[in-house]
Design a protein around this ligand. Structure first.
Ligand SMILES: C[S@@+](CC[C@H](N)C(=O)[O-])C[C@H]1O[C@@H](n2cnc3c(N)ncnc32)[C@H](O)[C@@H]1O
Length: 391
């Protein structure tokens, strides 16, 4: 691989990171975009795959379900901090970092270890400096705030993953359309994953009955219109400093948006200010004209709609940030009871919540069929994604 010379000889190994638990749906998207899946590290939020260098701009600009794209340098088992030094020291950074460029290690540590992530950053940084000094006779500069090249060293239990971050400090879920900030918004990459899980097709009637600032509806509309998730990104991707800007321009030119496509995407929300916010965000994302948001109560949906929905995707309150636990039980029960009137036998309902027992019990009382449950780590929160229907 020759990143700076413009000649690319071999295929690269990649790793993407994402919310642990959603690896399967993300790996389908990576395959569609041209990656050859090598290994899905379920529960680790990591997918390893192979592909040519064009995947760097392509995945960063077009993939909806992931957080970061790394050019993977190695994955190895280790025991001590010294092993991490040796592993990083043995890698070849010459193709990725020019002698005049600065770098930073961004360490991450998950599991029990007798060292901290700061220790990982320190030894890995020293290993890169020592390696480059031996290979090129140049002492690389470290710049923690604004590095030219970011090296990720993820220590996950007994395994260390080292890669060049092609995305940068601003992860891919920061789409750039969120002008209105809801107090408990859903991560757009998770929203996109849930829509894929539901198997939504553009001609199907879609509902988010507690839509807040509209993230789920906006992601569905952008998918339907083929609007790239990176279109409104405000920060440069890290790969600009490695590959130059032209590679992204080629990907941008290849996208064909379906600007006039109208879809049946409905949202219901209790609070007027969130509805206003959802419409502001939808407008910024270029999908205002295909989303309908109605002020109303998710436990009385039959008063708002007559025709059934094919797909329902919802991120209800969990009782943590914006509602008390006590009302969650009534809300989940009332919402599922009401929704039942608007489903047909092929409808798919996808719900993400940390209140899995409350949801399961409300679903059982209302005689829903739970087809799948997936544990998804959402930051520090353990959530469950339910895929259900009425038959
Ligand atoms: C977790 S938030 C959804 C956030 C949304 N996914 C986003 O990204 O902005 C849940 C939303 O449900 C709304 N809500 C709560 N109870 C409701 C009800 N009975 N009917 C309609 N909306 C309700 C809340 O006002 C809140 O905006």
């Amino acid at each position: 691989m020759r990143a700076h010379g413009g000649v690319f000889l071999i295929r690269l190994m990649y790793m993407v990171t994402l919310m642990p638990g959603l690896e399967e749906v993300a790996s389908q998207e990576i395959s569609e975009l041209g990656g050859k899946i090598i290994e899905i590290r379920s529960g680790h939020g990591r997918i390893l795959f192979e592909g040519d260098i064009d995947l760097i701009p392509k995945l960063n600009y077009l993939a909806r379900t992931i957080e970061r794209v790394l050019a993977l340098l190695t994955v190895e088992k280790f025991q001590t901090l010294d092993d991490i030094y040796k592993i990083v020291k043995s890698l070849d950074f010459r193709e990725w970092i020019r002698p005049d460029q600065s770098f930073a290690i961004r360490p991450l540590r998950v599991g029990e270890h007798d060292f901290t992530s700061i220790d990982v950053g320190r030894v890995a940084g020293q290993a890169v400096i020592d390696n480059y000094l031996e290979a090129k006779g140049v002492r690389l500069k470290v710049n923690l705030n604004n590095p030219d090249v970011i090296i990720r060293v993820d220590v996950i239990f007994d395994t260390v993953y080292v890669g060049i971050d092609t995305t940068g400090d601003t992860a891919l879920h920061k789409r750039g359309y969120r002008i209105y900030q809801h107090p408990a918004p859903l991560n757009p990459s998770i929203a996109a994953s849930l829509i894929r899980l539901a198997g939504w097709k553009v001609d199907e009637r879609f509902l988010d009955p507690m839509c807040g600032s509209g993230t789920i509806l906006i992601e569905a509309a952008m998918m339907g219109r083929n609007i790239p998730p990176g279109k409104f990104r405000v920060t440069n991707y890290a790969f600009h400093k490695i590959l130059g800007e032209d590679t992204l321009k080629r990907v941008m030119a290849s996208v064909q948006e379906k600007r006039d496509l109208l879809m049946e995407l409905y949202g219901v929300e209790k609070f007027r200010k969130h509805i206003k916010g959802a419409l502001i965000n939808a407008d910024k994302a270029g999908v205002f004209d295909t989303i309908t948001v109605i002020r109303g109560d998710a436990t009385r949906l039959e008063e708002l709609f007559r025709d059934p929905f094919d797909v329902v995707v919802v991120n209800p309150p969990y009782g943590l940030r914006i509602a008390r636990k006590g009302i969650i039980r009534d809300l989940y029960f009332g919402f599922l009871r009401s929704l039942k009137n608007l489903l047909h036998e092929r409808s798919r309902v996808v719900i993400i919540t940390s209140e899995d027992e409350v949801l399961r019990s409300a679903a059982m009382k209302n005689k829903y069929v739970i087809r799948r449950e997936m544990r998804v780590k959402y930051g520090d929160l353990d959530t469950t994604v339910f895929l259900m229907g009425i038959t």
